[in-house]
Design a protein. Structure first.
Length: 479
């Protein structure tokens, strides 16, 4: 932070909200909250926008719930403002945000003596903001804290400027004038990886399952096509994860760990997220052009289903876990489509029950950690705390059903073409039971904190048993 000592405390300090006091843009956030509430509002938004930005903000603000306590405030700058207030300085909140939002923030913080905001007709930004402050306090009769290009005209009208987390234009202004400055924390590669959910890419390794189970791992063409399918799913998945994080901002900010996600804590802006998401979807589409048309259909279905999951399905009792199981299975179908391998009924049936069990683990853990009362639903879900027992029973039953499907497959005629000694792969059944039931035991003990699929891919005991299973499969195909 580059700090210039204030010469006097006699003038009020006017403070911008979006991007300055908070690491967020309330117009973008409220727009996505509105569309999440009812996607049909997408047809009204352009009509409101044609009447001006002020009308758009006001109409959106009237239709959504807003909790100022959940916003990602810039703590270093807020501490500075609190100190200024304690020294007797008047603080003024002046923002282009809608009036209900501005009042809620002022009431929550309790440090502002006056609040000015946009109304139904006037968008209080740039020239409008500079004129209001000049008319109210006089030319050079106030100091002003802002962050972007729209604030430069206000900086010029103020006695002193405070530049907070500046964009390119505000940065140039600060460099030219030497204004007081508060910098935003630098984004690291870890932050970008968290945005992309790179650890979740492990799930996409399921696209290699058809090639492995069809004994095509030595076929370079099949493995290359599977690798392309893997990258396509990774790009599409990250694009949807970003969109999901934007849609779920208020819920994520109430969660113990999700509040640290880059969009929830304000590290990345919504426009940046939308740009990144769009670019990743373009990359996924480009890869589809190099693979069979059926794979493009699978990716399209995956994108539509995951988007629907983000907007609505995740709040539907049981439909959500069935959808998650289907999405895992869709990755396997994608691997088959990419490499032109035959579709196996047994593999699809096994994967549905196996991943349904793991999806139910996720809900079980969420119910364990929920603090809502018995008759209330946990945030963003269709479950209530009293559902935890039936969720656990259903998950364990799904695990045993997956093992049963695997046992029936080993005894079927389909297995003869791949294994000369099918009886040698019977240990796969207890291995599957060990992996799934162990996960459920850890969940019951409150020791399951990861996504179950990611847990299997990173837990050394699970990896050991997967390796043992692979050895038995290899032996069964040779002897």
């Amino acid at each position: 932070m580059n700090v210039r000592v204030q010469n006097a405390m006699d003038l009020p300090l006017a403070v911008d909200l979006d991007g300055t006091l908070i690491q967020a843009d309330l117009l973008w956030e409220s727009l996505f909250q509105l569309l999440k509430k009812n996607p049909l509002f997408v047809f009204l938004v352009p009509i409101w926008a044609l009447s001006g930005k002020a009308r758009l903000k006001a109409e959106i603000a009237r239709r959504i719930d807003f909790d100022a306590s959940l916003l990602p405030y810039r703590q270093d700058f807020l501490a500075f403002l609190t100190t200024q207030k304690a020294l007797g300085r008047d603080l003024i909140l002046v923002t282009a945000a809608a009036a209900p939002f501005a009042r809620a923030v002022a009431d929550h913080l309790g440090i502002f003596s006056a609040v000015y905001s946009s109304d139904d007709t006037v968008n209080l930004a740039a020239h409008n903001k500079a004129k209001l402050l000049t008319d109210t306090f006089g030319e050079k009769g106030f100091d002003y804290a802002g962050n972007d290009r729209a604030d430069i005209e206000v900086f010029d009208a103020a006695r002193n400027a405070i530049v907070v987390a500046p964009d390119v234009a505000a940065h140039r202004y600060q460099q030219r004038t030497g204004a007081q400055r508060f910098d935003a924390p630098k984004s690291s590669l870890k932050t970008y990886a968290k945005m992309l959910r790179c650890h979740q890419w492990l799930k996409n390794a399921l696209v290699f399952a058809p090639a492995v189970l069809s004994h095509e791992v030595t076929n370079a063409a099949v493995m290359f096509e599977s690798l392309l399918a893997f990258f396509a799913f990774c790009a599409a998945a990250s694009a949807i994860y970003i969109l999901n994080d934007i849609i779920d901002l208020p819920l994520d900010r109430q969660h113990a760990t999700k509040r640290n996600r880059p969009f929830a804590n304000g590290t990345f802006s919504i426009p940046f997220g939308l740009t990144a998401s769009g670019g990743l979807m373009v990359l996924a589409a480009a890869i589809c052009f190099t693979l069979p048309p059926l794979f493009a259909l699978v990716i399209a279905l995956y994108a539509v289903t995951t988007t629907a999951y983000s907007f609505a399905i995740k709040r539907m009792l049981l439909v959500d876990v069935l959808c998650l199981a289907g999405l895992y299975t869709l990755r396997i179908i994608g691997g088959k489509a990419a490499a032109n391998l035959p579709l196996s009924f047994w593999l699809i049936a096994f994967s549905m029950f196996f991943f349904l069990s793991l999806a139910l683990v996720k809900r079980y853990v969420e119910l364990q950690t929920s603090k809502v009362s018995e008759r209330d639903r946990i945030a963003g879900r269709g479950y209530r705390p009293e559902d935890i027992f039936i969720v656990g029973q259903a998950g364990i039953a799904s695990a045993f059903t997956a093992a049963l499907v695997l046992a029936l497959y080993i005894q079927s005629q389909d297995v003869i073409g791949f294994y000369t000694s099918p009886w040698l792969i019977w240990p796969l059944v207890p291995i599957v039971l060990y992996i799934t039931i162990r996960i459920w035991i850890l969940a019951y003990r409150r020791e399951m904190h990861d996504d179950p699929v990611v847990f299997i891919a990173t837990d050394w005991r699970s990896q050991l048993f997967v390796a043992i299973g692979a050895v038995f499969m290899l032996i069964g195909s040779i002897f």
